[in-house]
Design a protein around this ligand. Structure first.
Ligand code: CA
Ligand code: CA
Ligand code: CA
Length: 388
């Protein structure tokens, strides 16, 4: 208990006296720590003993001076730091002082390894997936992913977390790897987006993200747009395959590569009957009897399920149903649709051509077509009230 407090106190004093060991971890100056562990005071680079005599710190540590002031010290219990003279108590092992934060392992600067019962199948307070995965659950090894879940695992010590391969990939925080920066672009893991140092250009099928300083397509590849106009986050795909006559479903559509994917391609005007239905967002869709579907701008007081006649200009990549992109008929006219057989009657009031439908309705015809009085054509088109 009191030892534990002392240890923490010593640690806070020692942070200013770090010695770099290896490349990453830093531990306190061992000569400084040794003097404190023996219970003495450090002054001006010397260890000062109770009788007023002193030794230079490193000379004391090496045993070149003040040997008579060296004495046994208690061992470090579980959860305490091992020191210079202080060793782990019997039955404990040294574990690193690494701790997980933001999905990767960090090392506490200025700290010695901890003494712990790592391997006893109990994850103690000071143990974690970084310094004792055998007790605290596995960490994610090289090439593994960190999923977006409530309590995600952590990359094993020595690995960094790089983002997903493309900016529009959700569900993972990224990959654990020590290989971004090794000069080799790993196609399973690394792209110009998440590891530009290894992948300076984007290869076949890769995407160019919308970021500051985006990467470029590798030589010989062209940049085609995203598959649909409402796809954000990428400028498009790098490929040499648009124009090869094969529509690649992963990348090519009639929007970004019409030469390989001819698709619907309805352009220009639309006029015909169909049924109104629900569309994405708050859009109303018009499902034409011909099989095509369009968002419609003007519903004219008609309701879902009504059979209507719609005419207007087709806009292929309309954002009327934003953020979804659907073909739409904008600025359309709309009226009830009449479909049925009947008799053409040229002798309507004021010279109108009438259509006497088999259902009993009498309509005026805008166009009699090539039919003459008495013909029995099938008529489809807008039905408008005629008061004359
Ligand atoms: Ca344990
Ligand atoms: Ca690499
Ligand atoms: Ca192609």
């Amino acid at each position: 208990m009191s030892r534990n407090k002392l240890n923490k106190l010593a640690f806070s004093i020692l942070v200013g006296n770090l010695v770099l060991v290896g490349s990453a971890a830093a531990i306190p100056d061992p000569a400084y720590v040794f003097c404190l562990e023996m219970g003495y005071v450090v002054e001006d680079g010397c260890c000062v003993f109770p009788d007023g005599s002193s030794c230079e710190l490193w000379a004391f540590l090496r045993g070149e001076c003040g040997e008579e002031y060296v004495h046994p010290v208690p061992c470090a219990e579980a959860g305490e730091q091992r020191g210079v003279a202080v060793e782990c108590c019997e039955g404990l092992v040294e574990i690193s002082n690494a701790y997980p934060e933001d999905h990767v392992c960090h090392h506490l600067l200025g700290a010695f390894p901890l003494c712990s019962a790592c391997g006893d199948e109990n994850c103690d307070d000071w143990e974690n997936s970084c310094n004792c995965p055998e007790d605290c659950g596995p960490c994610v090894e090289e090439g593994g992913t960190i999923p977006v879940v409530a309590d995600p695992p952590v990359c094993c010590a020595g690995l960094e977390l790089i983002p997903p391969m493309y900016p529009d990939w959700y569900g993972i925080h990224g990959y654990c790897t020590a290989n971004c920066g090794d000069g080799v672009c790993d196609p399973q893991l690394e792209t110009a987006y998440n590891c530009p140092e290894d992948c300076p250009c984007v290869g076949e099928g890769g995407t160019i993200p919308v970021i500051a300083d985006p990467p470029v397509c590798c030589a010989g590849l062209e940049l085609i747009p995203p598959m649909y106009p409402d796809w954000y986050g990428i400028h498009g795909y790098c490929t040499a395959n648009c124009g090869d006559g094969v529509c690649d479903p992963e990348m090519e559509t009639d929007y970004n590569c019409p030469e390989d994917c001819p698709g619907g391609g309805t352009e220009g005007c639309f006029a015909g009957c169909g049924v109104l239905g629900r569309g994405p967002q708050i859009c109303t869709m018009f499902h034409a009897d011909s099989g095509e579907s369009f968002a419609v701008e003007n519903t004219g007081g008609f309701w879902i399920g009504d059979h209507v006649y719609v005419a207007g200009l087709i806009v292929e990549d309309s954002l009327m149903c934003w953020p979804a992109s659907v073909p739409a008929i904008e600025n359309n006219s709309i009226s009830a649709c009449f479909t049925g057989c009947g008799v053409v009657d040229w002798h309507g009031p004021q010279g109108c051509t009438l259509f006497r439908a088999g259902s009993g309705e009498v309509l005026t015809l805008d166009s009699g077509g090539d039919f003459t009085h008495g013909d029995r054509p099938y008529v489809t088109g807008p039905a408008t009230e005629d008061e004359e």
